[in-house]
Design a protein around this ligand. Structure first.
Ligand SMILES: NC(=O)c1ccc[n+]([C@@H]2O[C@H](COP(=O)([O-])OP(=O)(O)OC[C@H]3O[C@@H](n4cnc5c(N)ncnc54)[C@H](OP(=O)(O)O)[C@@H]3O)[C@@H](O)[C@H]2O)c1
Length: 261
């Protein structure tokens, strides 16, 4: 086992998918963890397994992150317990597939609240502490869809474009304070995302599908190296190059077909 690293890692959305995998990989490195999500039973089961396997300290926090007051309270609770978060994995989020006008407004705004407002709030409160300590690392989980507008994923793609732009700006802004900000852009991956987003799995998406482990490894490696952003997987990297290298109508038509069939 690798030598133990005693800096605390906070992972949002740790009850499934990428978040669960981030917890496994950081546990393997010996970090103590704070796991955050709404499904406490899943967090507790994961915490129990990882504690037994790696002998690390783990705190499971049941929080609905779309409630900004709950985000502030979480930050306050951890402070009162003297827990300084050195690595923040801002991963919780969900998508929603469907025509913009037909999607319920409430569900659409709830997504914006979690993917944009909550992510901003968490980053804000923990980045302040990191800046005061002169060290820290923040990973923002965006998406491959951040690189362009996507038919039937209009608001999700726009929300993830926000995350990518926020991360790029904060990377420069916080660098001089000793805080690293990196944005991870995964493509289609085998997590709970598709079910939560009511996403149609087209043949192209099945072909591009990645497992969470290599995506998370790419994110941790990029964060550790202090990179501004990373796209996981060669096929996904090629899709970003396609976005840069072709007229807008070409890559929009291509991705729209891949996403919607
Ligand atoms: N999988 C993909 O294809 C893909 C591609 C690009 C980007 N992403 C991004 O990757 C991130 C992680 O998603 P995933 O793919 O791992 O999907 P997932 O398996 O559905 O995980 C989503 C996580 O977010 C948590 N979450 C959702 N709403 C929450 C809330 N209101 N409060 C607290 N936690 C909440 C969920 O926990 P609870 O339900 O227990 O609260 C769960 O742990 C998201 O930001 C997503 O947009 C995914």
């Amino acid at each position: 086992m690798a030598q133990k690293d005693h800096s605390w890692v906070l992972i949002t959305g740790a009850s499934s998918g990428f978040g669960e995998e981030f917890a496994r990989q950081y546990a393997e490195q010996g970090h103590p963890l704070v796991l955050v999500a709404r499904r406490l039973d899943r967090l507790q089961t994961l915490a129990e397994t990882l504690r037994r396997q790696y002998r690390i300290e783990i705190v499971a926090e049941q929080v609905d992150l779309s409630d900004i007051a709950a985000v502030v309270q979480l930050h306050q609770r951890l402070r009162e317990r003297g827990m300084a978060i050195d690595i923040l994995i801002n991963n919780a989020g969900h998508g929603l597939q469907g025509p913009f006008v037909d999607s319920p407004l409430g569900a659409t705004l709830a997504m914006v609240q979690l993917d944009v407002a909550s992510l901003t709030a968490i980053t804000h409160v923990f980045a302040q502490d990191m800046r005061a300590r002169g060290r820290g690392k923040i990973l923002l989980v965006a998406s491959l869809l951040a690189y362009q507008g996507v038919q039937n994923f209009a608001v999700y793609a726009a929300a993830k474009a926000y995350v990518l732009r926020l991360g790029e700006a904060l990377h420069r802004e916080l660098k001089r304070d000793g805080v690293t900000v990196t944005t991870l852009c995964p493509g289609m991956s085998d997590t709970g995302f598709a079910t939560a987003a009511q996403q149609k799995l087209t043949p192209a998406l099945k072909l591009l599908m990645m497992q969470p482990a290599p995506v998370v490894r790419a994110g941790i490696r990029a964060l550790q190296a202090g990179r501004i952003s990373v796209v996981s997987g060669w096929a996904n990297k090629a899709l970003v190059i396609l976005t840069w290298a072709t007229p807008r109508w070409v890559h929009q038509a291509f991705l729209s077909h891949a996403m919607n069939g």
